[in-house]
Each structure stands twice: as C-alpha cells, then as structure tokens.
Design a protein around this ligand. Structure first.
Ligand code: GLP
Length: 261
C-alpha cells in the first residue's frame, strides 16, 4: 500500500486523475471502477478539465459503479446512477451505456447481483478502481462486519452511514434509504489497481486503521492490505492520525519517476 500525503485534496485529485489518464493512454478501452461521494470529486474535476484540454478520452472505456441505494425512484437526484453521471460521466465523452451500476430497483436482487458480477468479469475485470472511505471504515457500502470475501449483494446501512449521508437528503436521516446494493470486498479486491482518496479529519481514524490497523471486518477497508497495488491519496488532515508519516513522505519524495503510481 502506497500512502501519498498531498498538500491538499485538490493535489490528491490531480494525482488520482493522472493515474487514470496514464492508464487510458496505454489502454484506451480500460475498465474503470467508479465511486460516488465527495471524496473522488477532485479526481472527476481534474479528469473533466483534462478531457476539455483534449488530453484524455473515455470514448472506448467502460465503467462500473461500486454501489447504489435500494428503492430510490429512478429519477431521484441522489441515486448513484444519477450522481455519477452528473459528477463525471456526462462531463466527458463516456458513452452513457458503457457505465453500469447496481440496480436499486431490481425485482430479484440476488439474481441482479450475480449478473452484475458476471458483467464485470465479461468486461475483463476492473483495471483501476477509484475508492473513498467512510468514517466507519467502509469501502463501497461494505459496512463493519462485512465478509472480507463478499461479492455484490444487498447490505443494511449503519446508522452512522445514514447520518453521514443525510446531507444529501435535506439533512433528514429518515429520508436516507436503509439498504443498498454494493460490490463486495472480494469484488473490489479483484480490481488490478485501487486508488483510494480521502480528505478531512473525520476520515483520519479510518485512514489510520486502513493502513496501519489489524486486518479486520470491523474496519472493512483494511482488507486492502492484502492487495498488491493500492495507492492511498490523502490530504494532511486525513493523514493526521497515521504513525509512519515521516516514512511515507520520504518514500514518495525519493520515488523514481519511472515507477508512476
Ligand atoms: C459513501 C459511499 C462510499 C464512499 C463513502 C465516503 O456513502 N457509499 O462509496 O466512499 O461513503 O463518502 P464521502 O466520500 O462522501 O465522504
């Protein structure tokens, strides 16, 4: 796991975007794993800017979203289907139909989840997965207690996650759905490169556990310690509880250019 401590979240977003631009240069039809939430917004802003500047194209790329609320009407502005389009997909030349996500209105949820796993596999698997992390340590919506081997499935959201996300629902926790469909930890672990981005002091404990805690279902992001290629992009606040900051800074500063992220 490579930890990069950036001066601020904008710089972290630029580094994440650069990794995606580099991937699309060598593989224009790459498969991207897309995350919603506030964490990746600087990555998407930078990618939109670099697309406008003619530096990158998503025309041949494919995308798979991590998660979705169960039961929100299709035209609700907070479905992750709609959010990822507004925040990213419709700002670049991504083909709308090339970006899929879990169907929160599926009549047969287990059958849908199996078909989603099959679609990711058929596309050749995810080349680069963008991730945020919740204050409870979840990735996707894999809440504490999630099986480290889990695949796409329905989950019950914790009260804390619903409180955290109430800001998207008129600050009314009762409007936040109680269930979601999320790629599992095993699904996420199958991605070839994982870029996790976090900013702010409210993420500092989750980031500390992610990188330096014991691997445990209590902090689901810790499963990434078993992944061979994870890049964690942080601002100073999110890095503020890490123990080995001196080492992380030194390592990144002395990294040879050819290595990339
Ligand atoms: C959300 C999403 C996650 C996201 C996390 C952090 O609820 N399901 O994919 O990474 O929680 O959210 P944010 O980036 O808004 O802090």
């Amino acid at each position: 796991m490579e930890i990069v401590i950036c001066p601020d979240a904008v710089e972290a977003g630029k580094l994440g975007a650069a990794a995606i631009v580099a991937l699309l240069k060598r593989k224009p039809d790459a498969v991207l794993g897309l995350a919603t939430g506030s964490s990746p917004l600087h990555i998407y802003d930078e990618l939109a800017a670099r697309y406008e500047a003619g530096e990158v194209s998503f025309a041949q790329a494919k995308g798979f979203s991590l998660d979705e609320y169960v039961g929100l009407p299709a035209d609700h502005p907070e479905t992750y289907h709609n959010v990822i389009r507004k925040d990213f997909v419709h700002r670049v030349d991504f083909d709308d139909s090339a970006v899929r996500g879990p169907d929160g209105l599926a009549a047969d949820i287990p059958a849908f989840c199996a078909s989603y796993e099959a679609a990711i596999a058929e596309a050749g698997g995810v080349d680069l997965q963008i991730l945020g992390i919740g204050t409870v340590g979840h990735i996707g919506f894999n809440e504490p207690g999630s099986s480290l081997a889990s695949r796409t499935r329905i989950k019950t959201l914790t009260k804390q996650t619903r409180v955290d996300n109430a800001r998207f629902f008129d600050n009314d926790v009762s409007k936040v759905p109680t269930h979601c469909i999320t790629q599992g930890l095993g699904t996420i672990m199958a991605a070839r490169h994982i870029v996790l981005v976090a900013s702010g002091t409210n993420k500092a404990e989750a980031v500390h556990q992610l990188a330096e805690g014991a691997v445990s279902a209590m902090w689901p992001g810790t499963v990434l310690q078993h992944h061979p290629h994870v890049t964690v992009l942080l601002d100073e606040a999110a890095a503020s509880r890490l123990q080995l900051t001196g080492y992380y800074r030194e390592t990144y500063a002395s990294k040879p250019d050819w290595q990339g992220l």
